[in-house]
Design a protein around this ligand. Structure first.
Ligand SMILES: [Zn+2]
Length: 144
């Protein structure tokens, strides 16, 4: 910028105030200032191109935009729920493997499985993932 009024001239052209709605003093300055005359030329050309681009742009109907937004929200929710279910399944598999590993040394020997102490804490430990998984899925899906 070489002239301190270039921004003022640019804004006037951009707001479509040039030249009819500008004061005489600004018009006289542009007539005398080569930099501002260049700004008027470039800004006018860009303004015309901008108007043509806006006219030629194919904006989809608002209903289609809304429908796509709803579809995207639904897909995001499904993706989130699916991710939570994968995590829960992985946790259940890991817990089951841990339990099997804990008692597996005895369970793989034939006849020893009957000797496992089937007390309440062991049964709770075995069934807790199965009971808690649906609850976790429910909270993961109804997050919002
Ligand atoms: Zn100027």
């Amino acid at each position: 910028m070489n002239c301190e009024r270039e921004l003022e001239v640019w804004r006037a052209v951009d707001a479509r105030h040039w030249p009819e709605h500008c004061d005489e003093e600004l018009r006289a300055h542009v007539a005398a200032c080569a930099d501002c005359a260049d700004v008027v030329e470039v800004a006018s050309e860009l303004s015309v191109e901008h108007a043509e681009a806006m006219r030629d742009a194919h904006v989809p109907a608002s209903g289609a935009v809304w429908w796509r937004a709803q579809l995207r929200v639904r897909q995001d929710a499904v993706r989130t729920a699916r991710r939570a279910m994968y995590l829960i399944q992985a946790a259940v598999v890991v817990a089951a493997l841990g339990i099997v590993a804990a008692i597996g040394g005895f369970a793989w020997v034939p006849g020893v499985l009957a000797n496992v102490q089937w007390n309440v804490p062991l049964i709770v430990a075995l069934t807790a993932p199965l009971a808690l998984a649906p609850v976790a899925v429910y909270f993961a899906v109804t997050e919002d």
